[in-house]
Design a protein around this ligand. Structure first.
Ligand SMILES: [Zn+2]
Ligand SMILES: [Zn+2]
Length: 277
């Protein structure tokens, strides 16, 4: 199972000398396993991914964490949508509307190319009631995000190993809790690779409490409690420079070294790949 990052930024894309090392595109990940293509979120990073898949004929499974703008805004620029030979399955869960709602952004006066120009075979795939699904030998399970308007965290288990994608989720929110700390610990137990929203730091808590994003200090504790083998900090705040991200990483690595030494921590970076074996 191979995971490649195409977009790592939260909220809005950024472009500057100060952010170019880790990248400025919004959320998009490619997972290749068992001759399948899974894509997590369609932020601006999906444009380049579409270019890279242009000569690839495998079916595409496109998973949405939720429909906030930074997770869907690249979709109209995803070239496989306009190829009649492509089959694209859409998935989401714990949300009021099914995943076809993402095409509502392709409407006048907001976008000139309308939904009827899509030529790929697009199908919304329902998850079973318990939020599970099998695609070939991939076992997919889900968990509800603690985020305004809701959303889905995904875990993929295969014979090779396990991967989880949790973005836009406040671990200890002030009001409504869809998934408790203990439930997250169970959901992520022993996962080999965890990609987790790590948008804010402790000093920002008074300002951002209730916005639906965690503190890095909470994410590192969760990685320890759930016995995660590799943690990738994701959904970087648009104002965070490469230097600031590296300072956050250094703090996290120091903490993890003492608290959960078998865990490796890195920063999500565009075009970086991780192999789960
Ligand atoms: Zn987001
Ligand atoms: Zn969001």
């Amino acid at each position: 199972m191979k995971i490649t990052f195409y977009g790592v930024r939260g909220s809005i894309p950024v472009s500057s000398k100060e952010t170019q090392k880790y990248g400025g595109n919004t959320s998009c990940l490619l997972l290749e396993a068992d001759d399948k293509i899974l894509i997590f979120d369609a932020g601006t990073g999906i444009r380049q991914l579409g270019e890279d898949l242009i000569n690839d004929e495998r079916d595409i499974y496109l998973f949405f964490s939720h429909y906030h703008w930074d997770h869907i805004q690249g979709l109209p620029f995803f070239k496989p949508l306009y190829n009649p030979k492509r089959t694209i399955y859409l998935l989401s869960h714990y949300l009021a509307d099914d995943a076809s709602t993402v095409f509502k952004q392709m409407v006048s006066p907001y976008f000139p190319v309308t939904q009827d120009k899509i030529q790929a075979q697009v199908t919304v795939l329902p998850l079973q009631n318990n939020g599970r699904l099998n695609i070939g030998s991939l076992n997919i399970s889900t968990c509800a995000l603690n985020h305004p308007d809701g959303g889905t965290a995904y875990r993929i288990d295969t014979d090779e190993g396990s991967f989880a994608y949790v973005t836009d989720s406040e671990l200890l929110p002030p009001k409504t809790v869809s998934t408790t700390w203990e439930q997250w610990v169970r959901f992520l137990q022993n996962v080999d690779l965890l990609v987790h929203d790590a948008m804010y730091i402790d000093e920002e808590l008074s300002h951002i409490h209730g916005w639906g994003h965690p503190l890095v200090s909470q994410v590192q504790r969760l990685a320890r409690d759930a016995n995660v083998a590799k943690l990738v900090l994701f959904h970087h705040d648009p104002k965070r420079t490469d230097k600031q991200l590296e300072a956050i990483l250094a703090n996290t690595q120091q903490w993890i070294k003492k608290q959960h030494p078998r865990c490796k921590v890195t920063l999500a970076k565009e075009k970086d790949s991780y192999q789960v074996t």
